[in-house]
Structure formats: structure tokens, C-alpha cells
Write a protein that binds this ligand. Structure first.
Ligand SMILES: Cc1cc2nc3c(=O)[nH]c(=O)nc-3n(C[C@H](O)[C@H](O)[C@H](O)COP(=O)(O)OP(=O)(O)OC[C@H]3O[C@@H](n4cnc5c(N)ncnc54)[C@H](O)[C@@H]3O)c2cc1C
Length: 461
């Protein structure tokens, strides 16, 4: 920071309702940590905003002083774009207020909320909108990349339920984007990542869900993985949209419903949620128990909010993480062979490969209806490599990259922008697909100087 900037920081503080965190304080140290411990960056200042007006001041400060600008929603993104070195971070973590209107079935929620905040507010009224499967993820980053989870086959991607957004642009203007106001911006926000401004408030449509839902896990030994995966593929092709089933291959954690001798051994787990009346779901899930000889199961009727947190203990912040991901339009037998081979040589007990099931309502909008283009994706396969010590970085990253290469022949070519790592700049066009050029034009209109570039970046044309 130059003396000029130091003086300006004082000016910023005077106009700011939230907190300005500077190096040297405990609050700064804790605020610069994000979910992926591989990211260790030191911004010059963290502007922890309390209001939209704070965000406007911080954006203007970054632009006028030529500072690198990062925006932190939930801080979960694997690429670490929520944090920068030397510049300014707009930290939205204190802006989480939610307001539900049960009559119109709408929620408005601020840009720093987590999925847990959103689910808690909406489930108080027996309502929900589709979001991801780990409750500590940020609503903002998830939504801006597309967003999918247990409810998506029934109710679509998160963006398919976005009604409007309040956005602070690079010029420091506060815009309301919707189908009728700034429709080009609204189109770009639905999948174009954080490229177009800081979203300070989202408005979503809601649906009746739960509050209790049929959900849980059915676990098979890895020795049965190939036939379980084949049956899973055939089952899901005919399953109703109300039922979502994902598969997860990893070493068994010490879950109480699994026999001790299974702990630490390879497993393939079916994770399921039925959106409707649990009684109607029961017979539908029965075939999942007959894919082989299960090592254990934990399926029942439980609060939707509990199932939304079921994977949190496996996905806590602070571990080292590296991901690789492919979109898939079909699941081929050859892919199963590759997956099983690589699960046989997992480089750490916390690594996993999963198939997130899309299909249903996610495939019905046309690819150009929103910036998110991959309506052909039936599955998103993510290689989630996770470990504790930096000494294991190279080994773990190599395993993920090798698997990614070996599985590439079975992939559709598209990729989910929210699963891209920092070293995948060459895949950004694949992430935005055929919508890239239109996104670049919208970028030129709202952010011609690329102030918002700490993201999977779209360069203004
Ligand atoms: C454990 C785990 C599980 C996941 N599961 C799912 C899942 O089930 N489904 C799914 O769809 N995704 C899932 N994801 C991916 C997730 O959607 C992305 O990591 C997403 O980017 C996280 O959003 P965030 O706000 O927490 O991230 P951040 O790291 O804070 O931000 C991500 C990007 O968005 C930008 N950004 C953040 N907030 C704003 C804002 N308010 N305005 C403008 N730009 C902003 C940031 O600058 C950054 O570029 C998962 C991620 C993790 C780590």
C-alpha cells in the first residue's frame, strides 16, 4: 500500500458500515482462510461488507485505485478465486439476511448466505429451492455457476429458479436484473460465474419440499462396483424426476451403520432423495437394494435440512483439495472399468469419485436460455482428491490428473464451471460452451475493463 492508498483506506473506513480488516489482526488472518487449504493468499485489505452501499464503496475503491478485486461469497470454490494477493477482497460473509414470502413462494437472500442459511429460512415454511449437497457452500458462487443438487431433477438447476438479482456493477451502479430489467445481465448471471458484478441479493422461486423426506445411503462393496454401476445407470434412465440417486466411490468412512470390517475398504455408495411423499418413494427405491449384496444401509425419513448436511462431516474446510471434472451424457461400461481401476489406487483415504445425477428438469430449458449451456449433461463426474499434508500434493494431484485423462474418452466435452480448478484456464470456453461469445459481449457492456477477473474469466470482446 502506498501512502496515498493508506489515506484512502481511512476515507473508505469513514463511509463503511462493515469492517475493514488489515494484515496483522486475528480477524484478518481468519478471514483470509477459505475452504481449500491449498489457497494461501494475502490481500492488502478485506472489506467485510454489511450493506449493498458498502459493496458499492468497495467496488469504487478497487476500481479507482487500480487494485486487484476478489469477491468472497461462501469461500468454497476449489480454484480459490474468493481470495487474492495484494488487492482487495469484498467479503460478503456477514450479509446473510433471508426473507421468505410463503404466499408468493419467493425468498430473497443476501449474497453471503450459505446453503444452510437458505434451507433454514425456506424450510421453516416447508419450502425449498434446488441447491448443492454441502450446506456450508455459498449460495452466491453456486448460483452464479448454475447450481445443482438433490432437487434438481425435479425442479431444475438453481439458476432455473432465480427470479431476480441485485447487482453492483464495475461502475458502482446498483442494478436490479430480471427477465424484464437488464435481461442481458440476468441471462449472463445464470451460469456466467462472478464475471458481471457483485450480487448482493438473490430472489428465488420456492417449491413445497418435506420438511421430512425419504433419503439416505445404500452401500455396496467395491467388488460389486461394476454391476452396481451398470444397474444404477439403467435404473436412473427410467426413474421419475422426483427421485435423485448419486453414486460415490471411495474408502468407507467409519459410519456406525457399516460393519467394522468394511471401514477403510473400497465401497460404492448410492445416495438418494425422494422429493415427494415418502410412502410413495419407498417402493420406488426398493430395486436399489437389489443391485447386489449391500454392505449396509441407512435410509429413512428425516428432515430435508438434515440430509442437506449429511455430507458436511466429509467435506469440512481446511483440507488440501484438488478436483477434476467431466460432464457426461451417458455412462459407458468402459468408464466404469477406469473408475474402478483408479478407486483401487486412491492416493489418500479422503479421495473420492462421484457421479452427480442431473437429467429430468435440468435438461428441459434450451442451451441458450441462460448462460449455463450444458443441458445435455446427464451426470457430472467429479474427482474429488482431498488430503492433509503438503508433502502429498504432487502424488494426489498426479492421481487426479491421470484419472481425468483416462476417463476423458467417455466424457461429453463440457464441464461445470464451478468444479474447475485454478490451473484449468484452457477449459473456460468448454465451461461456458456455445454461450461464450454472447457472454463476452455482455461482459464488455457491464465490465469492459475486466475489474471482475478473479473467476473463470470471460474476457470482454
Ligand atoms: C464441498 C463442496 C461441495 C460442493 N457441492 C456442490 C453441489 O452439490 N452442487 C453444485 O452446484 N456445486 C457444488 N459445489 C461447487 C460450488 O458451487 C462452487 O464451489 C461455488 O463457487 C461455491 O460458491 P461460494 O460462494 O462458496 O464460493 P466463493 O469461493 O466465495 O466464490 C466462487 C466464485 O464466485 C464469485 N462470487 C462469490 N460470491 C459472489 C457474489 N455475491 N457476487 C459475484 N461473484 C461472487 C467469487 O469471486 C468466485 O469467483 C461444491 C463445492 C464444494 C467445495
Amino acid at each position: 500500500m502506498t501512502q496515498l492508498q493508506a489515506t484512502k483506506i481511512e476515507e473508505l473506513k469513514n463511509s463503511f458500515r462493515g469492517e475493514i480488516l488489515l494484515p496483522g489482526s486475528d480477524a484478518y488472518e481468519s478471514a483470509r482462510k477459505i475452504w481449500n487449504a491449498m489457497i494461501d493468499r494475502h490481500p492488502a485489505l478485506i472489506a467485510r461488507c454489511a450493506t449493498t452501499s458498502d459493496v458499492v464503496h468497495a467496488v469504487n475503491f478497487a476500481r479507482d485505485n487500480g487494485l486487484v478485486l476478489a469477491v468472497r461469497g461462501g469461500g468454497h470454490n476449489i480454484a480459490g478465486n474468493a481470495m487474492c494477493d495484494d488487492g482487495i477482497v469484498i467479503d460478503l460473509s456477514q450479509m446473510k439476511a433471508a426473507n421468505v414470502d410463503p404466499n408468493t413462494r419467493r425468498v430473497t437472500i443476501e449474497g453471503g448466505a450459505t446453503l444452510a442459511d437458505l434451507d433454514a429460512a425456506t424450510q421453516a415454511h416447508g419450502l425449498a429451492t434446488p441447491v448443492g449437497i454441502n450446506s456450508t457452500t455459498g449460495v452466491a458462487g453456486l448460483t452464479l455457476g448454475g447450481g445443482f443438487g438433490w432437487l434438481s431433477r425435479k425442479y431444475g438447476m438453481t439458476i432455473d429458479n432465480l427470479e431476480s438479482a441485485e447487482v453492483v456493477t464495475a461502475a458502482g451502479e446498483v442494478l436490479h436484473a430480471s427477465a424484464t430489467q437488464h435481461p442481458d445481465l440476468f441471462w449472463a448471471l445464470r451460469g456466467g460465474s462472478g464475471n458481471f458484478g457483485v450480487v448482493t441479493r438473490f430472489e428465488f422461486r420456492l417449491h413445497p419440499v418435506g420438511p421430512d423426506v425419504l433419503s439416505g445411503l445404500i452401500v455396496y462393496p467395491i467388488s460389486e462396483a461394476k454391476s452396481v454401476l451398470q444397474r444404477y445407470r439403467d435404473f436412473l434412465a427410467k426413474a421419475p424426476d422426483d427421485l435423485s440417486v448419486w453414486t460415490l466411490l471411495r474408502q468407507a468412512p467409519p459410519l456406525p451403520f457399516l460393519p467394522k470390517e468394511v471401514h477403510g475398504k473400497g465401497i460404492v455408495a448410492l445416495a438418494l432423495l425422494y422429493v415427494g411423499d415418502p410412502k410413495q418413494g419407498e417402493p420406488l427405491i426398493e430395486p436399489l437394494r437389489k443391485f447386489g449384496t449391500p454392505a449396509g444401509e441407512h435410509v429413512g425419513v428425516q428432515p430435508y435440512t438434515a440430509w442437506q448436511k449429511a455430507f458436511d462431516p466429509l467435506l469440512t474446510a481446511g483440507a488440501r483439495n484438488y478436483w477434476k471434472s467431466h460432464n457426461l451424457s451417458t455412462l459407458k461400461d468402459g468408464l466404469f472399468d477406469v473408475v474402478i481401476d483408479y478407486v483401487g489406487k486412491l492416493p489418500s483415504p479422503q479421495c473420492e469419485i462421484f457421479f452427480g445425477a442431473l437429467g429430468g428438469a435440468t435438461t428441459r430449458p434450451t442451451p441458450d436460455s441462460a448462460a449455463y449451456a450444458h443441458r445435455d449433461a446427464r451426470f457430472v463426474m467429479n474427482v474429488h482428491c482431498r488430503w492433509e499434508n503438503s508433502a502429498d500434493d504432487e502424488r494426489c494431484i498426479r492421481w487426479a490428473r491421470d484419472f481425468f485423462k483416462a476417463s476423458a474418452p467417455f466424457a461429453s466435452g463440457g464441464v461445470y464451471v464451478n468444479f474447475l480448478t485454478a490451473d484449468e484456464g484452457d477449459r473456460v470456453r468448454s465451461a461456458y460452451g456455445p454461450n461464450y461469445d454472447r457472454l463476452a459481449q455482455v461482459k464488455r457492456r457491464y465490465d469492459p475493463d475486466n475489474l471482475f477477473h478473479m473467476n473463470q474469466n470471460i474476457t470482454p470482446t
